[in-house]
Write a protein of this length. Sequence first.
Length: 106
Amino acid sequence: MNFLLAMAPPADGQGGGGMISTLIMFGAIFAIFYFMIIRPQQKRQKEHQKMLEALQKGDKVIMTGGIHGSIAGIEEKTILVDIGGVKVKFERSAIASVSKSKEETK
C-alpha cells in the first residue's frame, strides 16, 4: 500500500508545472531545428531554382555527376550540354553549378 502512495502525484496542485516546462522545451527544440536546418535548406533551394531559371546558351555548367560542359540548347525541362564535341540531353535539375559564359569572361 505504501508503494502506491509513493507513486501518486503530489496532492498540492503543483503537477501542471512540469507539463508547461516540457512544452516550452519542445518549442525551443523546434525553433532550433527550424533556424538551423529547415530555413537554410529552403534558402539554398530557392537560390538553386533562381540559378536554373537564369541559364543561358553558352554558360559553362557542372552536372551533379561531376561532368563539365557548356550549354548548347535549352528546352523547358531539359538542356543540351556540349561535352567535348558530344551533345548530351540532361534534366535541368541535374545542374549543380554554373560558371560565367564565354562571352562574359572575355
